[in-house]
Write a protein of this length. Sequence first.
Length: 206
Amino acid sequence: MSYGTYNTIIESLLTRTPQTFTRKTEEGKKKPRNIQKLHPFYSPQVNSWVFPFNFTSDPFVVTRTRKLLDREYFSFGEYVELQNFFYAFILAVGMFVFFLIVKIPGGPNFLRSLRTEGSGPSEEVRKKSSTSARFFGEDIEGNKVNATYTGPEAYSATAIFVTEAAQTIIRHHDHLPQKGGVSTPAAALGEQYIDDLTATGLIKFE
């Protein structure tokens, strides 16, 4: 993990509030609900223990995309898959302690002092690494859809995503879903973005 990612987690814990979505009841009233479990649990979908991974900007990006695409009834959760309950327990305890230190005056600066600014995985480690994700979707009628993503390690993948987003805008700006405003990749670039990412041969969606 790079220093930048490490610091992002600290800042996220300092400012994050639980993400919620709303749904209309039969009386027409809206009730807020949490959209992500905040504790480790066993997931039959992946046959493994998972831990909530809501320390990034992803929930905010997804929420913004939902609004832009006018998807009223929508929830989102993000989790990291773990080998067994022992790892889930250790991670839960570690994050709890980490969270407590973040909330203590001077705690964030103490945590930052434990890492060297600019540090991160070596090029050799990055070359041996990769990223993958599994997506599980279900609508209110019970229809389900699954998808998988595979790509190079996270820092290289980020560069590809950013570069291809710019290329998609340049090549297909006349045919993109949105023409301006504060948007997100999914809302602004649509399916064309997926096609362009896949065409690199480095990113794969199934």
